[in-house]
Design a protein around this ligand. Structure first.
Ligand SMILES: NC(=O)c1ccc[n+]([C@@H]2O[C@H](COP(=O)([O-])OP(=O)(O)OC[C@H]3O[C@@H](n4cnc5c(N)ncnc54)[C@H](O)[C@@H]3O)[C@@H](O)[C@H]2O)c1
Length: 270
């Protein structure tokens, strides 16, 4: 198998207990891992509210979801995850449409890959606001509803870079590491309300974000595949399988953890 062999076997969808008819909010649901999360939960019978800043991407995602999973109800709400008022309105909309909120997939995020001395104050604030503060804003908005229900699941999308470190990724690594810390704090605080909070840590995953970095010459996909022990990038659907497991009836004793799915990247010291 070559390092970037696209015919390499990837994954099979599984059926997860306890997802049928759940109401799931997905931030950044219009594209990439967020869209794959939406598809994975819809495949298992959930109903969805997508939140995204890109209305067209979300409309396209809704079309795909309705075609593939006609049994699932899909609602869209255009908002930036950094806007507290818009996020409160999005969760109120979910409650009005579905009557409850069972799962938050706190997934929206942006990449920033730049020498630390060149990062402008605006770029730094954007990374902190979108990758870190928004995760808290959405978790808080979801938990207000989940506490009324005394049940809920929150899954934050960190990154393998939330548990490892690299040159020219200071803003990305440190915001994603902060998400891990936030995940653990919220898990401890909200356990008494029946809310489990975990994080997933994708490794390099084939999404529009990665494609864009590759096109801009900021990522060498062949080199990344070569350094990954499993010799390929992850598929968005593989991240969805992990989130499904964590939201399912098989993970009811798991909270406050980060699960990294990276083909062995972070284990590899070489
Ligand atoms: N792709 C990877 O290799 C990889 C690896 C590790 C972690 N991640 C993380 O996974 C998450 C999804 O990444 P992706 O690769 O699917 O990215 P993507 O760019 O393909 O999709 C991100 C989605 O989030 C939306 N979004 C961006 N800013 C937003 C905002 N302020 N408010 C609402 N929506 C917003 C975008 O419109 C887009 O639809 C991010 O948190 C990213 O950091 C990705």
């Amino acid at each position: 198998m070559s390092h970037s062999d696209s015919s390499a076997p990837v994954f099979q969808h599984s059926a997860y207990a306890g997802i049928q008819d759940k109401v799931v909010v997905v931030t950044g649901g219009g594209s990439g891992i967020g869209l794959a999360l939406a598809k994975g939960f819809a495949r298992n019978g959930a109903h969805l509210l997508l939140i995204d800043i890109n209305a067209q991407a979300m409309a396209d995602a809704k079309g795909e979801l309705q075609q593939e999973f006609p049994e699932s109800r899909v609602e869209c709400f255009e908002a930036s995850v950094t806007d507290e008022d818009a996020i409160d309105a999005a969760f109120a909309h979910a409650k009005a449409c579905f009557g409850r909120i069972d799962v938050l997939l706190n997934n929206a995020g942006v990449s920033i890959n730049k020498p630390s001395l060149d990062i402008t104050p605006a770029e730094w604030r954007r990374a902190v606001e979108i990758n870190f503060s928004s995760v808290f804003i959405c978790a808080q908005a979801a938990a207000r509803h989940m506490i009324e229900q005394q049940a809920g699941v929150i899954i934050n999308t960190s990154s393998m870079w939330g548990v490892s470190h690299s040159a020219e990724r200071t803003a990305y690594c440190s915001t994603k590491a902060a998400v891990v810390s936030m995940t653990k704090c919220l898990a401890v605080e909200w356990a008494r309300h029946g809310i489990r909070v975990n994080a997933i840590g994708p490794g390099y995953t084939r999404t529009p974000l990665v494609d864009e970095l590759q096109r801009a010459g900021r990522l060498d996909v062949d080199a990344l595949s070569k350094r990954t022990p499993l010799h390929r990038l992850g598929e968005p659907g593989e991240m969805a399988e992990l989130a499904l497991f964590l939201a399912s009836g098989s993970a009811t004793f798991i909270t406050g953890q980060i699960y990294v799915s990276d083909g062995g990247w972070t284990a590899n010291g070489f």
